[in-house]
Design a protein around this ligand. Structure first.
Ligand SMILES: Nc1ncnc2c1ncn2[C@@H]1O[C@H](COP(=O)(O)OP(=O)(O)OP(=O)(O)O)[C@@H](O)[C@H]1O
Ligand SMILES: [Mg+2]
Length: 339
């Protein structure tokens, strides 16, 4: 993989003028949120109306921007023109999902004459971790379908990369599952029509079948979602890592996973890299060792994923808090040149 000169973030986006949906993922604490904020800030500063959406159950946009962005509503980010943000509230979505599922399940059990209480099923389904993820995935699709006409760019800050990839990968699994469900639902309904003496009544019932309507509606949404989620001209998934063994191996593993799910890869951001200039005046053995350790892992990154690197973001002297700091991150992302 090494040798080839990487395309910078700026070159990458200039080559793809229709890019609209950005995702960041990576191991916990590596800088997914600051990278998403930096990307969003950059586009907003270019006059593009930009939405930064946090899909992470543990939000941090409010603390990064030092303003109240929670509550699940899209809010204008004060102090940054064209920039909006939303911290998606997972609890509401899970509750709503549960409610919807229980209505459908009750209806289905009654329809199929199955004499059991739906509540137990719903509890089991809702405690499955995939339930939360699929609720989040649905919300992401909602945001895209509802907001794509209102925004030029939408940047999603995802939870840990496993979640993010599953979140996007669900699309494919969802689709397979849907096809099966629709088919078996059609079979069940036509069988019922065949067996009934009152065909007209059954046909009426079929037309009103809420389960079928749900499935068809879901399929329509998924088809629409696939049009852009798997499209490398509109969508790019960025991995964030730091120069350390574990985050690098996480990124390598997930690059493979993402490929299998046909999710378009934007590239890799290497974050928290101690700048060489800082080392010219640095005397402490501790910092010198840290720097050497990072340089060792930078060599590994160069060897194993260099063509995918789109930016190296320096370790700043303080944490990233406030618009001015986010602007510096954005600047680091777009001004990076490979050496
Ligand atoms: N380049 C940097 N220089 C200095 N501090 C940084 C840098 N990148 C990130 N930080 C700080 O590190 C912490 C983690 O960053 P961030 O919240 O973006 O990570 P994350 O991957 O989103 O974490 P989580 O997995 O918890 O969502 C924050 O306090 C942030 O301010
Ligand atoms: Mg985060």
């Amino acid at each position: 993989m090494s040798g080839e000169r990487p395309k910078t973030f700026l070159e990458f986006i200039e080559e793809k003028p229709n890019l609209k949906y950005f995702f960041t993922g990576g191991k916990g604490g590596v800088g997914k949120t600051i990278a998403a904020a930096g990307i969003a800030y950059y586009f907003a500063s270019q006059g593009k109306k930009t939405l930064l959406a946090s899909l992470n159950p543990v939000h941090s946009l409010s603390s990064i921007f030092e303003q109240e962005l929670w509550g699940g509503e899209i809010k204008k980010v004060e102090g940054a023109e064209h920039l909006y943000a939303v911290e998606v509230e997972i609890d509401d979505i899970v509750a709503r999902y549960k409610q919807q599922l229980s209505e459908r399940l009750r209806w289905f059990l009654k329809w199929a004459d199955i004499p059991v209480k739906a509540d137990d099923f719903i509890e089991i389904a809702a405690t499955n971790p995939a339930f939360e993820e699929s609720a989040m995935f649905d919300k992401m699709i909602d945001i895209i379908l509802e907001q794509r006409a209102n925004f030029d760019v939408i940047v999603f800050d995802c939870a840990a990369v496993a979640n993010a990839v599953r979140l996007l990968g669900l699309n494919k699994i969802y689709n397979l599952w849907l096809e099966r469900m629709i088919k078996s639902r059609q079979e069940a309904l036509s069988l019922r029509a065949k067996l009934s003496f009152r065909k007209d009544k059954v046909m009426e019932e079929i037309k009103k079948d809420p389960l079928m309507a749900d499935l068809l509606n879901l399929r329509r949404r998924m088809d629409e979602a696939r049009n852009f989620l798997n499209n490398p001209e509109t969508t790019a998934f960025f991995f964030v890592t730091i120069p350390l063994a574990l985050p690098i191996s996480v990124v390598k593993r997930f690059i493979e996973m993402v490929k299998a799910f046909e999710i378009p890869i934007g590239g890799v951001f290497v974050n928290m890299v101690i700048p060489e200039e800082a080392m010219k005046v640095e005397k402490s053995e501790y910092m010198i060792n840290k720097y050497k350790e990072q340089q060792h892992y930078m060599e590994i990154i160069k060897r194993e994923m260099w063509p995918l690197v789109r930016a190296v973001i320096p370790l700043f002297p303080t944490e990233i808090v406030g618009i001015d700091m986010v602007a510096k991150v954005a600047d680091a992302i777009v001004s990076w040149k490979p050496s």
